[in-house]
Design a protein around this ligand. Structure first.
Ligand code: TD3
Ligand code: NA
Ligand code: ZN
Length: 283
């Protein structure tokens, strides 16, 4: 069933587990996410970035995700990932999305607060929950590339002020993760996470979680992360299976015989994440 993001994340926050937020841009990735959630009995957040909306078209991808979510036997939220454009966020709200991120983290704190508060007021008036970001998460986010050196971690006191003044439902924090594949091993600032959770006592979001070692993920969940964004690991599962399949079978030409196995490969990765995050059997 299609539910709001806060319905899923408030429970995760209270019970101390995390829910996967997986990016999609087509039918097969969406199917892989929904089937993984049903097979592990997990709530799940299906999210689309602004790049994904451009690729698929907002009406088409909204229809695919909403149709599959409404038919699903587990709670599913439909979330806009890294919303930076006001009109895009409004289009998602008009297309029945149940959660939106306003990412104004590239602006100074005051402006981030103003921009976020505006989206919170509009989305809340429509019963839609909101994610925002304070601190800069490194890596490349579609059209935004933040040089790792500039990536600045979230200041706990600023995060408390931000949460209070914006009314945001869940907060993306920068504690050392980055979008895309890691070159070395990411070093997460767990002390900072602990401090932020103690001060804010609300659902927290970890971006750039692909490539983070399982032990670090488990520790982050134990310290209060409740939404975990995964895109790269699913993309890599798809592409690895595709390469192997075309290598092994030079005759295949039916897209269904190619995309079907790729969907299965993505589903297996997603199921493992749901178990690791502690969301399995929580639906
Ligand atoms: O935080 C994430 C996922 O990050 P990761 O690249 O670690 O899967 N996202 O918000 C997805 C961003 C889309 C471009 O990758
Ligand atoms: Na990553
Ligand atoms: Zn992200």
């Amino acid at each position: 069933m299609l539910v709001t993001g806060i319905e899923i994340l408030e429970k995760a926050h209270k019970e101390g587990y995390a829910v996967g937020a997986f990016n999609t841009s087509n039918l097969e990735i969406t199917q892989a996410i929904v089937e993984a959630a049903e097979e592990t009995r997990s709530p799940v957040i299906i999210q689309v970035s602004e790049g994904g909306l451009k690729y698929a078209g907002i009406e088409a991808i909204s229809a695919i995700v909403r149709t599959l979510a409404e038919k699903a036997t587990v709670p599913i939220a439909l979330h806009l990932d890294h919303g930076t454009d006001f009109n895009t966020i409004m289009k998602c709200l008009r297309n029945g999305w149940t959660s939106v991120m306003i990412d104004a983290s590239k602006f100074p704190l005051e402006e981030n607060i103003q921009r976020t508060r505006k989206i919170v007021e509009i989305a809340h008036s429509m019963g839609v929950s909101v994610e925002a970001e304070i601190g800069k998460i490194g890596g490349t986010e579609d059209h935004i590339t933040v040089d790792e050196r500039e990536a600045s971690m979230t200041d706990p006191e600023e995060a408390l002020r931000f949460a209070k003044e914006t009314g945001v439902d869940y907060l993306a924090i920068a504690i050392g993760t980055a979008h895309g594949p890691y070159k070395g091993e990411p070093k997460l600032d767990f002390e900072r996470l602990k401090r932020i959770k103690e001060l804010l006592n609300m659902p927290l979001v970890l971006h750039g979680a692909s490539g983070v070692p399982e032990e670090a993920i488990k520790k982050a969940v134990s310290l209060g992360i409740n939404k975990i964004n995964i895109d790269t690991d699913v993309r890599q599962a798809f592409t690895a299976r595709l390469r192997r399949l075309l290598e092994e079978d030079k005759e295949v030409y039916d897209p269904r015989k190619i995309l079907g196995p790729c969907k299965e490969a993505m589903k297996e990765v997603i199921k493992q994440k749901m178990i690791l995050f502690g969301s399995s059997l929580k639906a």
